[in-house]
Design a protein around this ligand. Structure first.
Ligand code: 4NP
Length: 143
């Protein structure tokens, strides 16, 4: 099983999701990417890394990359952090690609959230980690 987490910058939400999920499900191949190109090659945002490290998730080896249409064949499941991410991912879908693209919040139905809020703007790094942990448990149980 290969799962790809996707957000906009690939420096906050999706690398946090990758780090949490690979910790919970080490047998699953996990990766992350951003629909945007601005932060390609950068490590996760400092405050995101620190909040994750407090909970035991080491994000320091991750580097941002941009989502490409080839990811539809490299992964079995693509997880978007919000509806804009999902739309931008779907715009790159090859005609013959059947890989599903799901919203991460669909795996945390009891949280009452329709998207993973971007802590780059909200500054709520702990709140987003709470949501990511619940959604990761839900995703793991669904596989
Ligand atoms: P992310 O957050 O999508 O969760 O990685 C963002 C970080 C940076 C920017 C956008 C989103 N930015 O435009 O610089």
């Amino acid at each position: 099983m290969r799962v790809l987490f996707v957000c906009l910058g690939n420096i906050c939400r999706s690398p946090a999701a990758e780090g949490v999920f690979r910790h919970m499900a080490p047998d699953v191949i996990s990766d992350s990417a951003g629909t945007g190109h601005w932060h390609v090659g950068e490590p996760p945002y400092g405050a995101m890394q620190q909040a994750a490290a407090v909970r035991g998730y080491d994000l320091s080896d991750l580097r941002a990359r941009q989502f490409t249409s080839a990811d539809f064949t490299r992964f079995d499941l693509i997880i978007a952090m919000d509806a804009t991410n999902r739309r931008d991912i779907e715009a790159l879908r090859p005609v013959d690609a059947t890989t599903p693209v799901q919203l991460f919040t669909d795996y945390a139905p009891n949280q009452g959230m329709t998207h993973v809020p971007d802590p780059y703007y909200t500054r709520d790094f702990d709140g987003v980690l709470d949501l990511i942990e619940v959604a990761s448990e839900g995703l793991k149980s669904s596989l």
